[in-house]
Write a protein that binds this ligand. Sequence first.
Ligand code: DAH
Length: 339
Amino acid sequence: MLDKVKELIGDVQSFKTTSKEEIEVFKIKYLGSKGLLKDLFNEFKTVDASLKKDLGQALNNLRNAASDKVQELNEALEEQTETKSIYGDLTRPSEAIELGSRHPISIVRNRIIEVFSKIGFTVSEGPEIEDDWHNFTALNLPEYHPARDMQDTFFIEQNPDILLRTHTSSVQVRYMEENQPPIRTISPGRVFRNEDISSRSHCIFHQVEGLYIDTDVSFADLKQTLLYFTKEMFGKSKIRLRPSYFPFTEPSAEVDIYWGLETEIDHKITKGTGWLEIMGCGMVDPNVLKNANIDSEKYTGYAFGMGIERIAMLLYQIPDIRMFYENDVRFLEQFKSVL
Ligand code: DAH
């Protein structure tokens, strides 16, 4: 009988299955109320006392082996069904991929670049931390020039002055120092002004500067370019130029587009006039050309500068400039469909 029990232990240990039904059959066969172990324990009662010690131990081993086996097989089966339910159905549709969105400032900047690149303008960039020469002096704003007060400046160091650029016009100077005409470039970038923050103005914002230098460039060329731009950008073809003053251009003008009164709900956009200012511009002052080592007898040119936030607010009817910098996803998500 001992040999028979040992053989059964071997059988139990080598038993393998992945089927739930077979595990159940195995369990009943060994551990069931009419199972093998029950029979063997009954038989055990009749054996000679001298054999009981070894046989008893062997029977216990068999019972433990059988119940361990059942447990082990059931655990393996459970694990398998778990993995199956995660990876099992390869035909099911995949999770939707969350798409991000571009920031409205990037969308508008890219659009402006696209519009100007169609007529031969390339993109140039300059540093945000500038020296006095590029931000002011070379642009015809010598020290103590009253127009310096038009833009409140964040200074980083004084004597010699190092500052955060107050406009992207500084890139004009850098570009002319490095390149001879013909020049056609636009310079998008971030600018800084020591101004109070409100719904209409911020101490950090973005501009795009434009510069065109060649022989025989006239004010008429500037007007045509502006007309082309407003048509492409806003779908509006009525503009007007109001005489203005900038130290780096002569003559200078401010550009208004006719926006109409249809969107004028609270008199905020055009103040009831239908006209809206979108940028400053003018013919590059010969002093600026000279400061950047360009022959002002031979070449003329025009320049313009506009604020990206202002254009984005107009295009998307954004009522408060601070919304651009708060990173509120409820705001940003609304630009998902725009590239
Ligand atoms: N730099 C001016 C500003 O920040 C904008 C500007 C006006 C740029 C006239 C120009 C220009 O190039 O010709 O207000």
